[in-house]
Design a protein around this ligand. Structure first.
Ligand code: C2E
Ligand code: MG
Ligand code: MG
Ligand code: MG
Length: 280
């Protein structure tokens, strides 16, 4: 009996495993096709100056408009794209689309500093990345200062990727450390690479009102960041109380659902056209 049971468990397990594998393979095939069929879109989340209330930048966030699954979050497909290497061509599409959009909005005179694009370590390790990026900027006549690359702490820790990052910084592109405080050796890496922007992870932003330890950590990040001439962005702002506290502590920029969710390009255009520049 016990043996039968074990066998059943085993069969169940392999069945699940096969299902998982085939689900992944299906997803991989659909993702590959999605690029050709133009099913990827960028949404943009505004980042606001907490003092003036003006828009500082726009973060481009990838979405997959799947005909069968609707709008799919990057959390669901980016890891698989990284695993399969598909992130290289998708990442190229993202950079191109974001920079084109930047050109259109800059030419329309919309008041914002930059568009920020998320890039993963795999992209930075790809030998063509530097040229792809600088070629795109050249082709579009884009000021490199108007592009911010958002990378995580692990990227800056890795010697291979930090070399590329520094080369990009030398060419005028700005770098933001994303999800700051959640990776390893946050402090040491600030010596390897000089970021222009530090983005405080939502896990700190969320807690500052009720958790004194988070507040202490936040104060230290702000002090250190400012002494290193970085702009500090607090991510994941959902409550007014967070805004007033962050403002009081001298945090520069805020981003979160309280101000705006990531929006399709047409909504951002409308947002600027209607001169909805301030959130207060
Ligand atoms: P991230 O770069 O840290 O982006 C912030 C995420 O937090 C976004 O999720 C955004 O929609 C969400 N968010 C913003 N404000 C709030 C808030 O107030 N509350 C809460 N709960 N969430 C908020 P999203 O768009 O699902 O993106 C998830 C992650 O996927 C990103 O994290 C980034 O690491 C990755 N990603 C997105 N687009 C790309 C891309 O084009 N390339 C690469 N390599 N990664 C991307
Ligand atoms: Mg980001
Ligand atoms: Mg983040
Ligand atoms: Mg993240």
């Amino acid at each position: 009996r016990a043996k039968d049971n074990g066998k059943n468990n085993y069969q169940f397990y392999t069945m699940m495993l096969n299902k998982e594998v085939s689900r992944k393979m299906d997803l991989q095939t659909s993702l590959r096709k999605a690029l050709d069929k133009n099913e990827f879109v960028l949404h943009y989340q505004p980042q606001f100056d907490l003092k003036s209330g003006l828009v500082y930048g726009l973060e481009a966030l990838l979405r997959w408009e799947s005909p069968s699954n609707g709008l799919v979050s990057p959390l669901e497909f980016i890891p698989l794209c990284e695993e399969t290497g598909l992130i290289i061509s998708i990442g190229e599409w993202v950079i191109d689309a974001a920079c084109r959009q930047n050109k259109i909005w800059k030419e329309a005179g919309y008041p914002f500093n930059h568009i920020a694009v998320n890039v993963s370590a795999i992209q930075l390790k790809h030998p063509g990345f530097y040229y792809m990026l600088t070629d795109t900027l050249k082709k579009l006549g884009m000021d490199p200062q108007h592009l911010v690359l958002e990378v995580t702490e692990s990227v800056m820790q890795d010697l291979n990727t930090s070399v590329v990052i520094n080369k990009l910084i030398s060419s005028g592109i700005r770098v933001a450390i994303d999800d700051f405080g959640t990776g390893y050796s946050s402090l040491r890496l600030l010596k390897n690479v000089k970021p222009s922007i530090i983005k405080i992870d939502p896990s700190f932003t969320r807690d500052i009102i009720k958790n004194n330890d988070s507040l202490v950590i936040l104060k230290h990040i702000l002090n250190m960041g400012h002494e290193l001439n970085c702009i500090i962005i607090a991510e994941g702002i959902e409550y007014e109380q967070q805004v007033s506290l962050l403002n009081k502590l001298g945090c520069d920029i805020g981003q979160g659902y309280l101000f705006s969710k990531p929006l399709p390009g047409e909504s951002i255009k409308k947002f600027f056209d209607d001169k909805l520049l301030t959130h207060f």
